[in-house]
Write a protein that binds this ligand. Structure first.
Ligand code: CDP
Ligand code: ZN
Length: 171
């Protein structure tokens, strides 16, 4: 499904915006991987892959900006091939498609929702990892963290969520 025609300015606009959202259940006995970083915590994401909520969210935003199928369609979670898969593979495939379709990342803004652990000590490392995967300067990547004010599954440390937007520009 490729709907970009580089010869048609309407179908190949100078800018494309993409939105991503992801959420994972948190349970003891699992690793907590965020932005490729293994973060010490008493619980982690239940997932078919490594459960990297941020990289899944960013991958979906890039794919969304390109009007492509989403991460779950490209990498079905019932396919044993992706069991325990490190999520940088999903990001790399989204970025390969982005490049192939004639776009590069302008900037990204993401918000991770986690009651615990405190993410601020890890933010700069996560930022570097995401910038590397998006092939942009770290100053074009923003990573924020929020609690969920102790309400609902996010606030009760039973899940972790992420929202992001990405802007793509024509190369
Ligand atoms: O004060 P406000 O309700 O806007 O935010 P909060 O959810 O209470 O979080 C306060 C600050 O803590 C955030 O702005 C983040 O910088 C930081 N934070 C964090 O480092 N790790 C989290 N898991 C949640 C929040
Ligand atoms: Zn996910």
């Amino acid at each position: 499904m490729r709907e970009i025609d580089p010869s048609d300015p309407i179908l190949s606009p100078p800018l494309r915006i993409g939105h991503g959202f992801d959420l994972h259940r948190l349970e003891p006995g699992h690793k907590l991987i965020i932005g490729g970083l293994d973060i010490p915590h008493d619980r982690g994401c239940v997932a078919h892959s490594d459960g990297d909520v941020l990289l899944h969210c960013v991958t979906d935003a890039v794919l969304g900006a390109l009007c492509l199928e989403d991460i779950g369609q490209l990498f079905p979670d019932n396919d044993p091939k992706w069991k325990g898969q490190a999520s940088d593979l999903f990001m790399n495939e989204a970025m390969r498609l982005c490049d192939e379709m004639g776009y590069r990342v302008s900037n990204l803004d993401a918000t991770i929702i986690a009651q615990r652990p405190k993410l601020s000590p890890h933010k700069e490392t996560i930022r570097d990892n995401v910038a590397k995967l998006l092939k942009v300067d770290r100053r074009l990547v923003n990573i924020k963290a929020k609690t969920h004010e102790k309400v609902d599954s996010l606030g009760e440390n039973r899940s972790i969520g992420c929202h992001c937007v990405v802007l793509l520009v024509k190369k």
